[in-house]
Ligand binder design. Structure first.
Ligand SMILES: *Cc1c(COP(=O)(O)O)cnc(C)c1O
Length: 459
């Protein structure tokens, strides 16, 4: 007998109780939160699909590892375990722990970017682009056009458009491009992978021009799983082998360990070049901590080292992505417009298609996320024009073709029944979507406005 379904490769040892609230309570809660799901209290949320960041469930082995934390200020045993794990699983020689992904982005931007530089990338990520801009660079999106089309079924929507990248080199010169930032399983495109074929071709161009490839490896294992499923020649390779191959094509990486690696806090900057590593160490001691702990406790580095290996198991990844696909397929079957193909960590609802009566200036995705919370207690987040923010040069809103609501699935936390409830909530809301009103800002922070911005219903 061959079993093809993907039951979770674990069983449950401890549970966390959650509470359902009334519609009336939730209507008040969202008004108090300025219609921003980031400002809700977790206690008022039933099923929390806000993010997959830092909300995964650690395994018994990770918890056991926490007890072996060596909290020495310098040279903690857990640091060496983490460094060795990153070297053998991801290929990177040098590791600097940071408090989370943006800590690593900060250090990387400081050591590599000079004012006036350009940093291309396969779509922006909010904190990544901001750190590049704060260091004086201009971000240039070089992802393939299909990534901006929610209906395109391209299997590798995370791919770099090599012509766009070559055009940029021709326009500004390679010496103005310190590195290209390559994200695996591109978050903002809907959790979409890039292919090894594309990355190899990029490596060729970069070697020719002397441009580094810096890897935003937050979701590298999910990308590796998609390569195994979709790219010719990889069906028999393991997620661990493909992950290693992806990383080895790049020169260094920033990692938010709160995603793939299933810890509640942490990240790192990984580098191969010794000189760059020395420069990064100088910055880490200013902004994070001594180079052998950076921004992390010893126990957290231990849990991370163990989480990295767990994240690279084929069984884990099959269940992880199987659960996301289960929710996505339910929505597709009910006719809900979502980004295709279904991504690795989340389902992205196409708010423009669901709320055609709202212009983008009235923040349809923000309004949809708020309404979904009020109707069902399911918390999601906006990934559209509010998240895109404004250009620091012109002050205009960055245009965003994609206007999405993200239903992000935490790793190893919810069951299939929770997915059923979340799907039912969206399908039910679709039928009443005409009643959803647009929003306007009452408070707009100057950067990363999606986190703390406040809104009211438009008149
Ligand atoms: C979350 C994330 C980051 C930033 O990491 P934090 O740990 O939240 O600081 C960077 N890039 C991508 C793709 C992410 O998803």
């Amino acid at each position: 007998m061959t079993i093809t379904s993907w039951a979770e490769p674990y069983k449950i040892k401890m549970v966390e109780l959650i509470r359902m609230t009334s519609r009336q309570e939730r209507a008040k809660a969202i008004r108090d939160a300025g219609f921003n799901t980031f400002l809700l209290k977790s206690e008022d949320v039933y099923i929390d699909l806000l993010t997959d960041s830092g909300v995964g469930a650690m395994s018994d082995r990770q918890w056991a590892g926490m007890m072996t934390g060596d909290e020495a200020y310098a040279g903690s045993r857990n640091f060496y375990h983490l460094e060795e794990t990153i070297r053998s699983c991801y290929s990177y020689k040098y590791t600097l722990p940071t408090h989370q992904g943006r800590g690593a982005e900060h250090i990387l931007s400081k050591i590599l970017i000079r004012p006036g530089d350009y940093v291309p990338g396969n779509m922006y990520f909010t904190t990544t682009r901001l750190h590049q801009e704060l260091a004086g660079a201009t971000f240039v999106d070089v992802i393939i056009d299909e990534a901006h089309d929610p209906a395109s079924d391209h299997p590798f929507k995370g791919n770099i458009d090599l012509d766009k990248f070559s055009d940029l080199i021709a326009r500004v010169g390679a010496d103005k491009i310190p590195y290209i930032c390559v994200a695996t399983c591109v978050n903002m495109a809907g959790g979409q992978p890039l292919s090894l074929e594309n990355l190899r071709a990029l490596r060729g161009i970069c070697d020719h021009h002397g441009i580094r490839i810096m890897h935003d490896m937050t979701r590298v294992a999910e990308n590796a799983f998609f390569i195994q499923q979709r790219e010719a020649g990889y069906a028999d390779k393991t997620v661990a082998e493909i992950t290693h191959e992806l990383c080895a094509l790049t020169d260094g990486a920033t990692m938010s360990a709160k995603k793939d690696a299933m810890v509640n806090i942490g990240g790192f900057l990984a580098l191969n070049d010794e000189l760059l590593y020395e420069q990064a160490c100088e910055q880490v001691v200013i902004y994070e901590g001594l180079h052998t702990y950076g921004g992390m406790a010893g126990r957290d580095m231990e849990a991370l080292a163990i989480g990295i290996r767990e994240s690279l198991c084929d069984d884990h990844m099959r269940a992880r992505i199987g659960q996301v696909e289960y929710l996505g397929q339910k929505l597709i079957d009910a006719g809900v417009p979502i980004v295709r193909p279904i991504g690795g960590h989340a389902i992205f609802l196409d708010a423009r298609a669901i709320l055609p009566h709202l212009p983008q200036e009235q923040f349809p995705a923000q309004a949809l996320a708020a309404a979904l919370y009020v109707e069902s207690g399911v918390r999601t987040m906006e990934r559209g024009i509010v998240s895109a923010g404004r250009s620091p040069e012109t002050g205009e809103n960055y245009g965003s073709k994609l206007e999405l609501v993200r239903m992000t699935i935490p790793r190893r936390v919810y069951t299939q029944s929770h997915m059923d409830v979340a799907a039912e909530a969206v399908i039910d809301l679709m039928e009443r979507s005409k009643q959803i009103c647009g929003l306007e800002f009452t408070y707009e922070p100057s950067c990363l406005r999606f986190f703390m911005g406040r809104f009211k219903v438009s008149e």
